[in-house]
Design a protein around this ligand. Sequence first.
Ligand code: MN
Length: 496
Amino acid sequence: MMKHLDNLEFWFLTGSQDLYGEEPLRQVAADAQKIVDALNSSKTLPFKLVCKPVQKAAAQIRATIQQAGSDDTCGGVVCWMHTFSPSKMWINGLSVLSKPLLQLHTQFNERIPFDTIDMDFMNLNQSAHGDREFGHITARMDLPRTVITGHWSHEETQVRIASWMRSAAGIAESRDMVIARFGDNMRDVAVTDGDKVEAMIKLGWSVPYYGIGDLVAYCNNVAQSDIDSLIDEYREHYDFKFSVSEAVFLQQTKEQARIELALQSFLGDVGARAFCTNFQDLHGMKQLPGLAAQRMMEKGYGFAGEGDWKTAAMVRLFKVMGAGLTGGASFMEDYTYHMQRGAMLDLGAHMLEVCPSIAKEKPTLEVHPLGIGDREDPARLVFDGRPGQALCAAIVDMGNRFRIVVSEVEAVEAPEAFKRLPVARILWKPLPDLVTASEAWILAGGGHHTAYTDSFGVEFVRTFAEMVNIECVVIGQETNIPQFRNELRWNAAAYR
Ligand code: MN
């Protein structure tokens, strides 16, 4: 599912100028290569860093940045000024920059060599002021950018570069993402709707509509033998729990297997890596996709219910940004609260569709009636979510712009067992507490559907938002309501 991003690489551009003569420039090139080699062999970076020739003149810089833009394998550029590199040389290049930019503010040497330092050393190792010159021009041009200060050999620096790369991988994914929409937004729901043209302009998302009949045709073409082998796969991964007869259980589960296989081929054929469904638009479908949607998410697809294409896209982005990390990502909904004084919790769940990548233990596969949708009882995976640090994020359309709202949460063990709840669920304490967090969320207009992940922290989302110049508000430990209201007001002016 992430294969198309396997070849993604990032370009390392070292700035200098030809003022210094050949010998120092040879040294600059050698040092840059050494840094890149060390970063690549650190195993901390999720993608390869490629050392480009030292950039020393305007025409060369423009050509390099143009190439970065037209090369699909280039996920972003990392710029570092080993020496001084006058920034007027960079303007023409930076004006055509179309990939995420990281200014890595580092220097070759970790320490000042007090015994030996002389003016030759000073001329060669000028990042402290060379990078400020570069920072000035990116600030003046108001370019989307990230700045990371730290010595390149330090793990904390490498970890931050790695997380920037992951946000940039989200951009690479976003730029050609197709979100297949079966049915329109549900009924009169406001927050799940939005401007799909603006989403394409700002984020690259394409959200084509497909009639559910298009999927039904694929369902009818699924081979029985493929369904049978998928049932064997379910048996390996999940515990079967019969609350109906085994015959009915298998019949209903096979229908979900059929839908999963149909979705897999359909999305493959239309090039979609995310999709959304609508439980009131199921003509010809025997069941609402339950287990099938959960399985697709587990395989890395983005998903959301009720026509919510924005959340489906966010779930897919979280899968991409967290690929290879521990943890998971899922479609989520704030369902109901535990409002016990001093121990308030939010119960996240959905009718059926929560991704097993966030399960604490092996899920059980169960068949139960579903009150809405007017279809057969669907099979679904039931489990408790994994405790630990996590986040929920929603992207909402404010009419004149998109806003991403992020809430830091701490998933917890359920204080008591859920004895009758027939869906996957997870309990969390939002930071700083349910009262503050939910008030802030509601003031920010965040939706009831979110993308949930315990793979990474809010910095990933914030950086992604910076890269596409979208407003992002974070609700966390430091949030207080008066300050948060002011932030929303200031943002309204800034993003107008
Ligand atoms: Mn919902």
